[in-house]
Write a new protein. Structure first.
Length: 454
């Protein structure tokens, strides 16, 4: 038996029952990573072979001794190559940071995972410095999407390796970051669940930054319950997994401005079918204009907030080693150099007004529903063909999920496609601080959508 496809809760039950050991799980994960026909070499930047097995053996010994263990204890989890681990250099999927000093201590995220007994299996690949939604990395390769692998579709980004580590049984779940969709996009494109919490819900100490205003830390897993379990650990909450909301009577807003523009046919059809199922299950699914979304281009012109904040962090690395960057990533960071302090402050003030506007516009609804991305995954070859294709497809991937980051909200992406077809994500979004409510609604939505996927 392999653990690929099993949920965290199922694995935890099998471990507790003695029918499975943590060492077996780690050995299976490492075998999947090492499979020459698989995606392991492009999915992981670093594999923790010895330390993962040592942690597994320690957890197994504690379990045999009758210790009370967390549900994550002994389960292999991957982390994106942005999280500090003591003694390891955080590369951020780059070449420019090779030779940089190793981290002196674990990031808070890693500390909390270790405290739960989770086994950190390794560090996953990503778009360099997390700066795109397509997942292309010219330095370490690009792992292929789980769907139509022979054709070679993009994994989505920036947490590309995180999603593929889960889809391919190299980890039971993954921890990524999300600044404009970087957890939700790869989850959506690979038929997984991704959760982007409110930005400050999970501490970002020891996490290599992209945008200090919008960065958030969240999980990718097979189910909403698994994401809720990981979120509980990352946020250091003791409240447990939320009880599923009653789908009957939920008021679910479906914004029509921007997020429904020019959807590919497969996305539009899958999203419409999902809404119909939710409506039939008793939810009030209400189309709303949400014209406030049209202000995105003026609130954050050309991603100016992230560019300014990213350039601040990268300025010395660019000065000394610009030729070592992915040119397409560098092209998105460099505009931050010309943004004045006055313009930056104005964008931040505009964002605060936007947050208030969205809060008022959504006050009568339990959540918003949107397609996670406008397209299913294009091929790596098409995306990489030239700059025009790359930036066009990247913009379409980021368009919908980045709006949630801009209004400082939280959101889940759930699979809503028919079995055997290209994965499509449905986004369940809420305003700042409504994380547990969105998880509860996500549990209910997942149950309705899963009925046609069994």
């Amino acid at each position: 038996m392999t653990f690929a496809g099993l949920t965290l809760l199922e694995l935890s039950q099998r471990l507790a029952g003695g029918g499975l050991s943590s060492r077996e799980l780690v050995e299976q994960a490492q075998a999947a990573i090492d499979d020459p026909a698989g995606e392991g070499a492009r999915t992981f930047i670093r594999v923790h072979r010895d330390s993962a097995l040592a942690t597994a053996d320690r957890v197994d010994a504690m379990r045999r001794a009758g210790a009370a263990l967390h549900a994550l204890a002994g389960i292999p989890i991957s982390i994106k190559d942005l999280f500090d681990e003591a003694g390891v250099t955080t590369l951020g999927g780059s070449r420019v940071r090779m030779g940089a000093p190793a981290a002196e201590r674990d990031s808070t995220v890693v500390e909390r995972l270790r405290r739960s007994g989770a086994v950190i299996i390794g560090r996953t690949n990503l778009t360099e410095f997390a700066y795109s939604g397509v997942g292309i990395n010219p330095h370490y390769g690009t792992p292929r999407n789980v769907f139509d692998r022979a054709l070679g579709r993009i994994p989505g980004g920036s947490s590309s390796g995180a999603a593929i580590s889960v889809s391919d049984g190299m980890a039971a779940a993954a921890i990524g970051t999300d600044t404009g969709g970087s957890v939700r996009i790869p989850a959506a494109l690979n038929g997984l669940v991704g959760f982007k919490p409110t930005a400050r819900r999970v501490p970002r100490e020891g996490v290599l930054p992209l945008s200090i205003s919008a960065d958030s830390v969240g999980p990718i897993a097979h189910t909403v319950a698994d994401c809720a379990l990981l979120d509980q650990v990352l946020a250091a909450e003791d409240a447990g997994i939320p009880t599923p909301a009653d789908v009957r009577g939920l008021r679910l807003a479906v914004p029509q401005t921007v997020v429904m523009d020019e959807l590919s046919e497969s996305v539009a059809n899958a999203f419409a079918a999902a809404l119909a199922r939710l409506s039939a299950a008793g939810a009030s699914v209400i189309e709303v204009p949400m014209t406030e979304f049209a202000q995105v281009a003026t609130v954050n012109p050309r991603g100016g907030i992230s560019a300014a904040e990213s350039y601040w962090w990268h300025r010395n690395w660019i000065r000394d080693g610009a030729d070592q960057y992915d040119p397409r990533v560098l092209a998105r960071i460099r505009p931050g150099e010309s943004i004045t302090a006055a313009h930056y402050i104005e964008m931040l003030q505009q964002r605060q007004r936007f947050i208030r506007l969205i809060g008022a516009a959504t006050s009568g609804y339990d959540a918003m529903l949107m397609p996670t991305t406008a397209d299913t995954a294009p091929t790596i070859a098409e995306t990489s063909a030239d700059d025009a294709n790359y930036f066009r497809l990247n913009s379409r991937m980021l368009r919908n999920p980045s709006i949630v980051n801009l209004f400082d909200g939280c959101a889940l992406s759930l699979p809503c496609h028919a079995p055997g077809t290209a994965p499509v994500g449905l986004m369940v979004a809420g305003t700042k601080g409504t994380d547990r409510r969105i998880l509860a609604i996500g549990l209910a939505v997942e149950e309705v959508l899963a009925q046609d996927r069994r």
